[in-house]
Design a protein around this ligand. Sequence first.
Ligand SMILES: [Zn+2]
Length: 108
Amino acid sequence: MSRVKMGDEVVVISGKDRGKVGKVIERIPEEDKVVIQGLNITKRHVRAQKRGQESGIVEREAPLPACKVMLVCPRCGKRTRIGTKITLLEEGEKEKLRTCKKCGEVID
Ligand SMILES: [Zn+2]
């Protein structure tokens, strides 16, 4: 399961958009896919449903498998895998934070 979140900056590591960077605008956890702003654009022909509506081609982002993207660390700017840091809170609860495997900084 990917640990990329909405708003994360990610880089595509395979496919036609390889090397491109964009922001995650949607997550589809059931399919382990993410939608990245401006990337993996597909064109769809849309027929007018009602009078006055225009038919034409709609461009929109198609979901990409989460395994095809890597997080770009907001701290060091490198593409990285996500680590985990568990912090013990006072009430005996644990807080799981994501960390950058490159620089070790906590991401959120
Ligand atoms: Zn980093």
